[in-house]
Design a protein around this ligand. Structure first.
Ligand code: HEC
Length: 189
């Protein structure tokens, strides 16, 4: 073997690794930790955790306003009903948009619907989310609900933060059980 500069560098690198490997077992731990965090990132991509904070982080990262579909035929700042606000804009992630377009009858796992509530002066008042999570709440459509202030913090009602299987949200949305708890449009033919 010709012992040139390249081989020397390779050997130095190799020996450094062996040396660190023997000397310092914490480097092994940090590798394991790195792998774990990588696995977590992958599972988060598959399923967002069911907390308001995780859902908010996810929708911000997804840049839903520019990259998701706004509810077909509704456009921006359409007129809403009680209790959600004067003007609404509603977004669907790809999973939800596809189910709506194909008239799937119900939303599949991973579907996320975001409805922004605006004041009559077009100031954002709140952001509400419905997120379909397998086995999360089987008798009530498996929806996770959350309501956020414009800064992302959770809206509160009677000292309870509005996230999860929120009774107030479910109580009204269940009028639409036949349409998978959704008001804005029909999911079937
Ligand atoms: C009193 C009834 C009522 C309550 C309570 C209610 N909603 Fe709604 N929700 C509606 C109606 C009606 C619509 C349709 C939009 C519109 O025209 O206002 C809607 C629409 C939505 C949508 C868009 C998807 C859809 O169903 O059309 C989301 C997301 C949503 N609500 C989230 C929530 C959350 C989160 C809560 C609890 C914090 C909540 N809602 C409480 C009546 C209600």
């Amino acid at each position: 073997m010709k012992f040139n500069f390249f081989t020397a560098t390779l050997l130095t690198v190799a020996f450094t690794f062996i040396f660190i490997g023997c000397q310092d077992s914490s480097s092994e731990e940090s590798t394991a930790a790195d792998q774990e965090s990588e696995t977590m990132t992958h599972s988060e991509m598959a399923a967002v955790d069911t907390t308001g904070a995780a859902v908010w982080a996810h929708i911000q990262e997804a840049e839903y306003r520019t990259s998701w579909t706004s509810w077909p035929g509704k456009g921006s700042l359409y007129t809403g009903q009680q209790p959600h606000g004067a003007l609404l804009t509603t977004y669907l992630n790809d999973i939800a948009a596809e189910a709506l377009a194909s008239k799937a009858g119900e939303m599949p796992e991973g579907a996320i619907i975001i409805k922004e509530n605006y004041m009559p002066d077009e100031n954002l008042a709140a952001v509400t989310v419905m997120y379909k999570v397998k086995d999360y709440n089987p008798t009530e459509g498996d929806w996770f609900y959350s309501k956020h202030m414009p800064d992302g913090s959770l809206a509160m009602m009677n000292d309870m933060s509005l996230e999860g299987r929120v009774a107030g949200c479910v109580g009204c949305h269940k009028a639409q059980t036949a349409n998978d708890f959704i008001f804005t449009g029909s999911l079937s033919e």
